[in-house]
Design a protein around this ligand. Structure first.
Ligand SMILES: [Zn+2]
Length: 411
């Protein structure tokens, strides 16, 4: 009987691991704890490394929802693609995952997808948030490459505009909900069977008699779950055939994964949309406006490129890196910023109020603030320790308390 107990503990551990969602640190997660109020997190709630963030989903029924929206991973212009965009909704700076690189469309000879990494001519070029995201990026770059060069700018703008298509996102969400409505009760039934039925049968020493029923119940739930999951996946991600069968196989082998099938189906639902727009769709207005401020501050005050110190950086790749930086910068300024700004204005918010400086009364010693992360600083000027962005002076109607105290002692 002790073997059964050990196996059961392993099952619990596997289940808890399955509740943890791993995503790219420059991305964003939208979640609910009990299925009602949505919130967003940049970086993981559990743990964040330089490249990866970890978020803990609600392990108990009724399960909440989780959508991962990867950050934009590349910038395209008329002549080529940069593997980097210094645009991140993460509060802290996140360095690019690969060295800055730039390829002109004529230089790209072959495409290859290795899970969530897109490779050009046999070497890694873009680390996307997921396979779904990598696939979309590949298709977008392929379309730019094969289209007439004169139309590329128009194509880039059209693609970007579609990332803010609220109706398209809403329609995807409704489709997903149609399948989730059926998957969730099955997942809850399986949770009850595995985490309540099984231990009870063991405790009352009835496992020997009841196991065929428990197993039969699980297999019935499994069959139903897989049928609905497959139908939903085909409709939502028709191109991700390999991933679909991989996930179905994993669910068949691992009961804990079956319980998380709603998360699994929805995880990449909003890939290709701008996170801000998903925020408009899911978040309460106050939370959305905080996200809008974050997105706007990020675009207006991007993290400056890291200075290159070492001599090894000054190789021929340097010019490619510079080209990548320049393209990403231009893309952000010319295409992305106006799109984000007009989306924010259309949603009823004012840009000036979102960009307002922090209230200096929060801290009497504050002399400056970071326009990106809004941290207050006691030094009059310099750079933000977190973002590296140049600080702005705090405007005060009256001198701060410390200075006032200083001047009285002088008198
Ligand atoms: Zn800062």
């Amino acid at each position: 009987m002790d073997d059964i107990r050990t196996l059961y503990y392993v099952l619990i551990v596997v289940y808890l691991v399955e509740c943890v969602v791993r995503f790219r640190a420059t991305g964003l997660i939208f979640a609910t704890r009990l299925g009602r109020r949505w919130f967003h997190r940049t970086g993981g709630e559990l743990y964040t490394t330089r490249s990866t963030a970890f978020f803990a989903g609600n392990p108990f029924p009724p399960f909440g929802g989780i959508f991962v929206v990867p950050g934009l991973a590349f910038a395209a212009d008329k002549s080529g693609v940069a593997n980097h965009l210094d645009h991140t909704l993460n509060r802290r700076s996140r360095p690019p995952l690969l060295p800055l690189d730039y390829k002109t469309y004529s230089e790209i000879e072959s495409y290859e997808l290795r899970s969530s990494t897109l490779r050009f001519n046999g070497s890694d070029f873009i680390v996307a948030g997921s396979e779904a995201s990598a696939l979309q990026i590949r298709d977008e770059i392929m379309a730019l490459q094969s289209g007439p060069p004169a139309k590329r700018e128009k194509q880039i703008r059209a693609k970007l505009r579609s990332a803010f298509d609220l109706e398209a996102a809403r329609s995807r969400w409704n489709k997903f909900r149609g399948y989730a409505r059926w998957l969730r009760p099955l997942a809850i039934a399986d949770f009850v069977l595995i985490f309540i039925g099984l231990p009870l049968a063991y405790y009352y020493q009835e496992l020997g008699r009841l196991w065929p029923y428990l197993l039969g119940g699980h297999l019935a739930l499994l069959a139903l779950n897989i049928a609905i999951f497959r139908a939903g996946h085909v409709r939502l991600f028709p191109e991700l055939r390999f991933e679909r069968y991989q996930q179905i196989a994993a669910m068949a082998l691992s009961p804990p994964l079956l319980i998380r099938s709603v998360d699994l189906l929805g995880r990449d639902l909003f890939v290709g949309f701008h996170p801000l727009m998903i925020g408009r769709l899911l978040l309460a207005f106050e939370a959305y406006s905080a996200l809008a401020a974050q997105a706007l501050r990020d675009l207006r005050h991007p993290i400056p490129p890291r200075p290159r110190h070492s001599a090894s950086d000054l190789d021929p790749d340097e010019s490619k890196a510079a080209a990548a930086q320049k393209t990403a910068d231009r893309y952000r300024k010319n295409a992305l910023l106006p799109e984000v700004e007009s989306f924010i204005i259309a949603s009823g918010l004012k840009l000036e109020s979102l960009l307002a400086p922090p209230d200096p009364r929060e801290d009497d010693t504050a002399r400056s603030y970071c326009p990106r992360c809004v941290a207050l600083y006691t030094i009059p000027d310099g750079r933000c320790a977190d973002c590296g962005v140049a600080l702005c002076r705090v405007a005060r109607s009256s001198p701060p308390a410390a200075e006032l105290a200083g001047s009285t002692t002088l008198l």
